[in-house]
Design a protein around this ligand. Structure first.
Ligand code: AMP
Ligand code: GLY
Length: 427
């Protein structure tokens, strides 16, 4: 069997790696891929952009590709599923309409409200005077979000009213995020610890992946601007059995059932970004209609089941007949980024040390490319190094040993990935 993975990040390297591991898989095409997927066994990169559906379909026909799995949100929100359905090709992805759970924060908030799914109280508006009145009435801290996709940068957690009003003014003007910010969501600030909970669904049945936790701010201690994620580990101890049961009962099942009841069944990876309060109350911070990045790297590293079989079953509406299994070990992934990310950064720096990574530690590439027979940086997040062990601290040490081997100009990484788990051990 041949499989196509759409995307070029660390998540897509992890997807391609875990799919290539299946005995039933002959070849994995990655469009467009990165230097990591170029060198991965059974894998071939194809220079097709993630939203060039015609070229992807042509490739599927030419190479007899049996299944396509989509990494990033852009092709999902642009309707990749409809294109593949029309062409009669199997694609594990939500429809364009279902992808609005991520593509439109206003849609997601209205959906959660309608179906009684716990989330922060909010106002959706395109009017500045209404926004200002709401901010002044509620007070800070308060959260201002661009309605549309803004590459993870459209959220301001404002500590003061004036900071919130400034963010709302800038977003609504269209200068900052264009049309994605012409409507905004203002929501109450939620306190607690965040966790990522990802499941796959065929529109009806649900299979949960192991829990995980991301680290969004760029600097140690959670300081600095938010990034796509500087590291992640799985499982997340905050998601104990009681919390997991709540997540499934209060969030995941009502979402899959609600989407089906609304006539837009959700078939794909569903990612719930959650806030878990001190009392173990669960609230949805955001939905994504795809796997997380960098969560995919430690979570898929622990997957024991065949992802290909599960995705094929989901496409055929047969997921209910399957189970999913994970390695008991903890996995920790540390992202090494380009200096300056998530703002301005340079690319084209040669990466050395990739051949010095300790045995058993896996380097998933993200912003890398092959140029003149060398591996160079080509993006903000460059690699994510994953270590795994039955002892969390040892898994973490392994990941950092891998990070220490890697060298490129201006490299930057957080030194405190997993600090919340360490704090838990201490308490
Ligand atoms: P989002 O893109 O919606 O996930 O928001 C990015 C980050 O902003 C989240 O991971 C949270 O850390 C923070 N955030 C978003 N909404 C809230 C909220 N209502 N309360 C507290 N923090 C939030
Ligand atoms: N790591 C956060 C995300 O994938 O959206």
């Amino acid at each position: 069997m041949n499989v196509l993975v759409i995307g070029s990040g660390g998540r897509e390297h992890a997807l391609a790696w875990v799919i290539a591991r299946d005995d039933s898989v002959d070849r994995v095409f990655v469009a467009p891929g990165n230097a990591g997927t170029a060198y991965e066994s059974k894998c071939t990169n194809v220079t097709i952009p993630v939203t060039d559906f015609d070229a992807q379909i042509e490739l599927c026909r030419r190479e007899q590709i049996d299944l396509t799995i989509v990494g990033p949100e852009d092709p999902l929100v642009s309707g990749i599923r409809e294109h593949f359905d029309t062409a009669g090709l199997k694609c594990f992805a939500p429809s364009r309409e279902a992808a609005q759970l991520e593509g439109s924060k206003g849609f997601a908030k209205a959906f959660m409200h309608r179906h009684g799914i716990p989330t922060a109280a909010h106002l959706t508006t395109s009017q500045l005077d209404e926004a200002v009145a709401h901010i002044e009435a509620h007070g800070s801290p308060i959260v201002v979000k661009a309605n549309g996709l803004a590459a993870g940068k459209g959220v301001v957690v404002a500590q003061t009213n004036s900071e919130a009003i400034k963010a709302a003014t800038l977003m609504l003007s269209g200068d900052q995020f264009g049309d994605a910010g012409r409507e905004i969501v203002i929501e109450d600030f939620l306190e607690g610890e965040e966790a990522s909970y990802i499941v796959m669904s065929d529109g009806e049945s649900i299979l949960p992946f192991a829990s995980s936790q991301d680290h969004k701010p760029v600097f140690d201690g959670g300081r600095g601007p938010n990034t796509g994620g500087m590291g992640a580990y799985s499982p997340a101890p905050v998601v104990d059995e009681i919390v997991e049961a709540k997540i499934l009962d209060q969030v995941i099942r009502p979402t899959i059932e609600g989407m089906a009841a609304d006539g837009i069944p959700f078939r794909g990876f569903l990612y719930a970004g959650l806030m878990i309060s001190k009392n173990n109350d669960v609230h949805v911070v955001e939905f994504n209609c795809r796997f997380g990045d960098p969560e995919a790297q430690p979570v898929l590293y622990r997957l024991r089941s065949s992802l290909t079989s599960l995705c094929l079953a989901a496409v055929d509406g047969q997921l209910g007949e399957h189970a999913i299994e994970f390695d008991d070990r903890a996995a920790v992934g540390v992202v090494v980024a380009s200096g300056g990310y998530p703002e301005q950064y340079e690319t084209g720096h040669v990466i050395s040390g990739l051949d010095q990574i300790p045995a058993g530690v896996k380097t998933f590439h993200a912003g890398t490319r092959i140029q003149d027979d060398e591996i160079q940086t080509s993006g903000g997040r460059v690699v994510c190094v994953v270590g795994a062990d039955s002892d969390f601290m040892h898994a973490r040490r392994l990941a950092y040993q891998g990070v220490d081997a890697i060298r490129f100009k201006d490299q930057h990484f957080r030194t405190d990935i997993g600090y919340r788990v360490i704090e838990r051990f201490r308490n």
